[in-house]
Design a protein around this ligand. Sequence first.
Ligand SMILES: Cc1cc2nc3c(=O)[nH]c(=O)nc-3n(C[C@H](O)[C@H](O)[C@H](O)COP(=O)(O)OP(=O)(O)OC[C@H]3O[C@@H](n4cnc5c(N)ncnc54)[C@H](O)[C@@H]3O)c2cc1C
Length: 647
Amino acid sequence: MTGLKDRKLTSEVNPAEQVSFAETAMRLGGKSEEESKRTGAVDSADDQVEALFAAQYKTSNSPIHKAVWDAKTPIELFATPKFDEKSLDIPEVRRSIEVVKRHDQAKTLYDEKGKISEEVIHDLGTAGYWGLFIPKRYGGQGLSVRAFMNFLGRVAALNPMVAALNSVHSCIGAVDPLCAFGNEEQKNKYLPKLASGEMISAFGLTEPNAGSDLTALRTTAVLDKDEYVLNGEKLFITNAVLGRTVCVVCIIDGKPACLVVEFPKQESENFQLITYGLYAVKRAYNLGFRFTNFRVPKENLLVPSSGDGLTIAYHGLNRGRLALCAASSAGMKSMLANMVPWSRFRETYGNAIIKRELVKRRIAKTAGLIAGAEALYNWGSWLLDQGYRGELECIIAKIFGSEAQKEVAIEYFMKTHGGRSFMHGHLFGDNVHEFLAPCIYEGEGEVLGMAFFKSLAKDHGVRFFEPVGKALARNKMKTLNPVNPAHVWALRNELIPYSLWFAGKVLEPKGSPDLPQMNAALKDHIEWASKQLQGSPFELSLNMVKHQLKLTDRQCRIADMSERIQWMIIMLVTAMWAHAEGDEVIQASADVLCQTIRFKLSGKRPTDEYYRSLCKVADLIIEKGYPGVSTIEPDAVLFPYSKVPTA
Ligand SMILES: Cc1cc2nc3c(=O)[nH]c(=O)nc-3n(C[C@H](O)[C@H](O)[C@H](O)COP(=O)(O)OP(=O)(O)OC[C@H]3O[C@@H](n4cnc5c(N)ncnc54)[C@H](O)[C@@H]3O)c2cc1C
């Protein structure tokens, strides 16, 4: 599998059997046994994913972790190279695009229920679409993560749901789990069929009882001779159509596991689909299903070298989150492609609204958010291709992509189009749920933001705070009061390493990153963000000292710290990517995003100079176009009218 290279895998001892830091902290913090165990299960699953990666690719050595905890920003890990267009110059890519365009022009993309039709899915299979992310030796094209994500972005600009179906199939469906964790027999059996489109896959994780909380899964599989017997119910599964191949996460022997399940062609007493009305992903089937003593061959169980079914799910979700960000950037480009001609057309008080400052601000901010999303998915996929685990980096891409698309849709696109936004046939009105749903699927943003913080703080917590927590318990103390000499004396052995770390951090020389010759504004943003990041270890660590074992309950503080760090990282990534792209419009858009973030983080009021710069960037975009947007055909203006009033 591209991005997960065997040489980067380790066979280090599985830490699953140890009680995790989170579980220890929860228990010491007075949480119930059940909550402690459940949190511990998630934390252990995370440890097990970590165990799959060699040291330099683990979270504690990831670009974000280093940028936050090291003295100097490792700028080379943020220097996403320019995307090599040649990596997409293959017949399968061209043919796939051609299939989508052909069906779009012939208006044959959708079936009688308005979903992407089986004929389109078949034609895409013939073109090679479903195998682009599958290695060549199994009948696919073996695109790198970066090439695949860029390709999906382009398909999403033509038709978001066609792109989403391949993201489901290749990232979270059966393809990634089989490529990364399947044995040779499983790969040979399934991957060629998944590459040709004979099999299309989906991902069955969510249950009525378990969405954000994956420790609550209730679907079980019990081994009976040569087969697993499945019982349980799944909900919200995109592309869960009869005959599909679904990677089902279920509980086997008390632990999450992944089974490749071939759905039957017909419903039966053992297998039923569950239907409901759903506003989002309206161009695809999204269904629930119920297993009642449904039998699956035991060879279909995927067994990772470390961890369990959640390890497999997390691996695919990382790729899915990048794909979501790529699709969001395409969604925002489609909105920009419509915003400009409409704003040129619409006149109020004798002037086209495109000349107004408020509208220019919307155009500039939209472009800034597009630049941020493009930068993040390109950066994240570049890191996965190098072998990084990329958990933090993929979470940022997911949160930013979904939130940016929501902001553009509601704040800029809807407002600029006024009442017409709500008409049937308008891109906003017809797709408002599509623009919002990414904030929820593949992990709700704020819940992911907390996971981001926990991963970032985990190494520091294990090194310095776990020993303190254990010493508190040993000494029958509830909290540590750092100004109480008796407390300090009792915990002196545990506090010394922390004090040394703190003193070292205060004294260590801090410097700006070594930057290449670059646009002065972007350089200034990178230096500013790096400086802010240098303060993060103190903020994080002092909050851990302040809230101690209750920190997990301080969700709002965690969310706030997580978000601030995310913004700083977004500045670094966007400015470095824009530098490498070298395009004037992209660099100006990246500058808009970075300036906006700076005002947000510093709490200062925007200056007139900032507003002037937004107008200038909007003028540049209106004149030259944001790269890639001109290929998107804008919709016709609804209710056009003559510009010359009739007498
Ligand atoms: C359009 C669509 C497509 C989907 N496709 C798939 C698919 O293909 N396969 C699949 O397996 N799933 C799919 N899902 C499910 C999706 O991943 C879940 O909806 C999502 O993970 C959130 O789970 P939930 O809906 O159960 O939210 P819940 O778990 O009910 O949570 C609701 C909200 O409560 C809050 N919350 C939850 N826990 C906490 C906490 N500990 N602290 C603070 N706040 C908390 C969060 O804001 C959260 O959003 C899809 C969903 C949608 C809407």
